[in-house]
Design a protein around this ligand. Sequence first.
Ligand code: NAD
Ligand code: GLY
Length: 359
Amino acid sequence: MKTLNVALADRSYPIYIGKDLLSQQSLLQQHIKGKEVLVVTNETIAPLYLDRLVASLDGYQTEAVVLPDGEQFKTLEVLNQVFDKLLASRFSRKVTLLALGGGVIGDMAGFAAACYQRGVPFIQVPTTLLSQVDSSVGGKTAVNHALGKNMIGAFYQPQCVIADTNTLNTLEDRQLASGIAEVIKYGLISDPAFFDWLEENIDKLTSRDPAALAYAIERSCQDKADVVAKDETEQGVRALLNLGHTFGHAIETGMGYGNWLHGEAIATGMLMAADLSARMGWMSESDVSRIKTLFEQAGLPVTGPKGMSPQQFMDLMAVDKKVQDGVIRLILLRGIGKAVISDDYDKAKLQQTLDFFQA
Ligand code: NAD
Ligand code: GLY
């Protein structure tokens, strides 16, 4: 098992990465303060892993709430089922919420923990590659609104993250690829050596080589933990973690939540950011080709969504959380491993990128 640390003073916490961690009773139990536990999961994950997790909670008053599965259920209405359960079972402020699932469950359980009785502890037990390398780390919690992704939420850090890499064995290939998009993101933002490694090892990741996956998860978590430690609430450098997200969130909202997976949408979004950067002379065409090739090898989309017009993109991008004083700020690239935040990009060239990706 590998242990990393998210350094946030009195809210610091460990990230554990390893095989079969769901069954390690003491690992889990050392981070639960009271005797009350509510596991938040969904109808796909519950039959696979709920019993194994509950078996590690011997001696606790444990209950579970099983939510419907899907990005389209990441709403305030569905979140209310968690509050219904907490109140009906008379859980106190000593309850710990355990998020067992992917990024949707992690974001929802974390937000529920931030709100219930003004804040109770929670633990992230991520079961998708995407959630193990990104969403379980850093304390961003949220639900979607019909008008915008992740628009209702809070920064709220977990007690720990327990990433059991064995759970990835049951993940569908398309979901694995979606997670690889977030892994590639770290190389593009600030870790060019990792990008080189990914080019060499992409086949090992897509074929689920355990050592390659473990290395990619550790390096991604370390890259993310370093950024979060510098800027927990995204006043500056953390915004770089949103590479591809302004375009990508527009795709997810525009195409209907759940139709494009998050990783698929941000892969296309990262390519759009690279395309715009190249049009402005900030990066070379050959670097854009390297990015496109890597996404293709990972099984990720490299063309725009069918039926979304440039105007629809612009309208949806205007709801992004990085908008300031009505100006859309974008994360762009000054080369592989050199992401920058910018509001002085060439607006005509943005239009060219949107036109180019119109399918
Ligand atoms: P997800 O949570 O929808 O999980 C993907 C699918 O895999 C679901 O159908 C799920 O039931 C299933 N699944 C989960 N674990 C499984 C397993 N071990 N075996 C088989 N099936 C399994 O999607 P995701 O990609 O994990 O997360 C995407 C979400 O994360 C989005 O809502 C996105 O906005 C959010 N996100 C949040 C952050 C953050 O910092 N908080 C960062 C990135 C993404
Ligand atoms: N996934 C972006 C962030 O955590 O900031």
